[in-house]
Design a protein around this ligand. Structure first.
Ligand code: 3H9
Length: 688
């Protein structure tokens, strides 16, 4: 059992203590299991869940809770129960590690039913996070109080599941069907204030939560406990329900769990509770074994693994309050917004007063957009703008903690900038480069203290995309690496650490994928068939549509640089070069792999002619390529490149490759990523 703070003070007496006669006026203590303890004081049993790190509802917790409720129900000296958790969490949900194993009794629905059916009142004191099965436990209690910092939600769909212990039926009885569809279908987590407004919790208690819960439960003694499952489901406006359902379904294209969640919540309105929870349970168990759930579990654990960075165990990040951003173009202004969102003060620098002013306008425009879409308030925007200063000179960066350069991706430009910066910023300020393709070690070599240089590679639009590749250069100091990670996290990003290689993880894997797409075209598929196949698989855009959006020039320039050293035995497809030679540089130039008519992307016969000519020049006999083969080859190409990056130590683990592709390149999370798919295929393959 952990030694985290506990309202019981000293520890439980152990199972043998349960029967011992306590000294008068001394609270009676119990250990119901290794993770659930109880203390009876003047008739109220405080049951505490203590299962670090997140009080997951493991078999031990379920056993302990069932024993605690059984004891409370049977003990004439107990009149009521308060249920709470230790540390920052009430209960972080079912134990996800158990999902790969057969369910172990007692099952959560049994525990939840015992709580709700208890004739003595039980009040949940939500001291912190109450998610998934944790919220389902709370929903079965007869009242719920919450600390101001508590966070509540049923995020099961994010694991490819639906709630499996009554959540789809009890939540609509508290908040209505439309709101429950929104919450369960999206897996959204809400703060205590929102939970109170919606009716999930009865009251927020600013201090002495357990004391308040004890007073509340005492007041309920002698009354018939309010069972959530007995409450009627409010008659919501059908149009509102349909709109909530449509929103969930539109956002979860290709996934099973959100659609099942919507179906189950809708049923709450007209199916008897017992039948509906039986359906919920069966659906939960079926989904638990689905590919979607396995993929999303992989993503969940991959994210936690990515946070553990080799060599940083006891390394503290430097404090960062102010961030300088040099270059306020599209990328720089996106980074500035992410930094402002993260609570930092930002100094944006451009080469002229006019460019700096344009940068400010771009940043303000992005913030306005966020207000217009309802993602933030006008007050949030104003507070962010108050933390922004702009300048046309590097001198403004004198007091800065960390500088991110987002200037033109040219080695000379970047090295000259870093050399100028070292005369301006403090000696321990971190210098981060946002280069996509250049060698950051060469940039670092240009400054006196290369250990303070790190790569901080954002993805466009930087205020939206969750991925940030953190590039550990040859000489990056551990504190500097830790600082870059912590800043990226504060900006709401998912930092993935990688080593130095051209294009880092994402662009290397993307290049391999794009190359595979070009091989497919040369073999006989059209670019439009390639894009359509991978889009049907679940990527938001195929490789050719993405190339058009990014512009074809940079990759063309890169290929030209590489031409002299390219292995002549390697397969090389020159169709993209032919497109550039024909002036087709992508969407901005009005044509690329596609034609853009009034901004609308459409197939272009001229491209098919260029492709046919390229095939003919190589004497390739074109053949039809099925969508299945297209998807298989594209994913295999990503996975092969990913394996090479892991073998070379550029990526720490294969899960990092999946996270990069999911969070930077639109690979669907519910498919787990290319490495996950390749790994499953290997497991399924018969042994040689
Ligand atoms: C469910 O409840 C189904 C039910 O409806 C039906 C049942 C019948 N289980 O994220 P962190 C580990 S589905 C096991 O870095 P934070 C995590 O792996 C579940 N382990 O901390 C990590 O381990 P390690 C619905 C879990 O403070 C450590 O805890 N619940 C679980 O930033 C710290 O995690 C969810 O989906 C778990 N449930 O955030 C909630 N949760 O140190 C999922 C965490 O070895 N969890 N771990 O790497 C979260 O959202 C966050 O972890 C939480 C804490 C907000 C709780």
């Amino acid at each position: 059992m952990s030694d985290r703070s506990s309202a019981t003070g000293s520890r439980a007496a152990g199972p043998t203590g349960a029967g011992a006669t306590p000294p008068a006026a001394q609270p009676q203590r119990f250990a119901f299991s290794a993770t659930v303890i109880g203390e009876v004081d003047a008739g109220v049993m405080l049951v505490l869940i203590d299962n670090p790190p997140v009080n997951a509802a493991s078999a031990s917790v379920r056993t302990g809770l069932l024993a605690a409720i059984g004891r409370a129900a049977a003990d004439p000296d107990v009149v009521a129960v308060v249920l709470s958790g230790t540390g920052k969490t009430f209960v972080g949900g079912a134990d996800i590690r158990e999902f790969n194993l057969p369910p172990e009794p007692p099952l959560l629905p049994e525990v939840v039913a015992a709580i709700e059916d208890c004739a003595k009142p039980i009040v949940a004191a939500l001291n912190g996070v109450a998610l998934g099965g944790g919220l389902e436990i709370a929903l079965a209690c007869h009242a719920r109080l919450a600390a101001p910092g508590a966070k509540l939600g049923l995020p099961e769909v994010k694991l490819g599941l639906v709630p499996g212990a009554g959540g789809t039926q009890r939540l609509p009885r508290l908040v209505g069907v439309a709101a429950a569809i929104d919450l369960i279908g999206s897996g959204r987590i809400v703060d205590a204030g929102t939970a109170e407004r919606l009716g999930i919790v009865d009251r927020i208690v600013a201090s002495d939560l357990v004391g308040a819960a004890t007073a509340t439960v005492r007041a309920l003694v002698g009354t018939v406990p309010r069972r959530t499952s007995d409450l009627p489901v409010a008659a919501d406006d059908p149009a509102e329900i349909d709109a909530a359902a449509a929103k969930v379904l539109a956002r979860s294209r290709g996934q099973q769990a959100p659609a099942e969640a919507v179906r189950l919540v809708r049923a709450a309105a007209d199916v008897p509770f017992a039948d509906a929870v039986a359906d919920e349970r069966a659906t939960f168990l079926a989904l638990r074994n689905s590919d979607e759930a396995a993929a999303l579990r992989h993503v969940f654990f991959a994210e936690r693994a990515a946070a553990k960075v080799y060599g940083l165990d006891d390394v503290a990040a430097l404090p960062v309050a102010t961030i300088g951003i040099v270059g306020l173009g599209l990328m720089g202004s996106g980074i500035a917004v992410a930094a402002l969102d993260g609570g930092f003060a930002v100094v944006g620098v451009e080469t002229s007063a006019a460019a700096a002013e344009a940068g400010r306008a771009r940043i303000a425009g992005l913030l306005d957009k966020s207000v217009a879409s309802g993602r933030s308030s006008a007050a949030d925007r104003d507070a962010r703008l108050a933390r922004l200063t702009i300048s046309d000179g590097l001198a403004a960066l004198a007091g800065i903690d960390l500088v991110i350069e987002a200037v033109f991706d040219d080695l000379d430009v970047k090295t000259r900038l870093f050399q100028s910066l070292q005369g301006v910023v403090r000696p321990n300020a971190v210098l981060a480069t946002n280069t996509s393709y250049l060698d950051p070690d060469r940039i670092a070599a240009a400054v006196d203290r290369p250990e303070r240089v790190v790569g901080l590679h954002f993805f466009s639009p930087a205020n939206v995309m969750r991925l940030a590749e953190i590039v550990r250069c040859a000489k990056t100091a551990p504190t500097v690496l830790a600082t870059a990670i912590s800043v990226a996290r504060a900006m709401g990003k998912l930092p993935i650490v990688c080593g130095v290689t051209e294009g880092f993880i994402g662009n290397r894997v993307f290049s391999a994928y794009r190359r595979a797409g070009e091989f497919l075209i040369e073999d006989g598929a059209s670019p439009y068939e390639v894009d359509a196949a991978i889009e049907a698989f679940g990527l938001a855009m195929g490789p050719f549509a993405v190339s058009d959006l990014a512009g074809l020039e940079i990759a063309w320039a890169l290929r030209k640089r590489q031409a002299a050293t390219r292995d002549a035995s390697e397969r090389y497809v020159d169709i993209a070069d032919r497109l550039c030679e024909a002036g087709r540089f992508g969407q901005r130039s009005g044509k690329g792999w596609y034609a853009y008519v009034d901004g609308k992307r459409q197939p272009d016969p001229e491209v098919l002619m260029i492709v046919a000519a390229a095939r003919a020049a190589k004497g390739v006999a074109s053949r039809p390529v099925a969508a299945e083969e297209i998807v298989e080859r594209l994913i295999a190409a990503m996975a092969d490149e990913g394996r090479m990056l892991v073998a070379a130590g550029i990526a720490a683990r294969s899960g990092d490759i999946d996270l990069v592709m999911i969070n930077g390149y639109g690979f669907p999370a519910h498919k787990g990523g290319p490495m996950f798919i390749a790994g499953r295929a290997q497991e399924a393959a018969p042994p040689h």
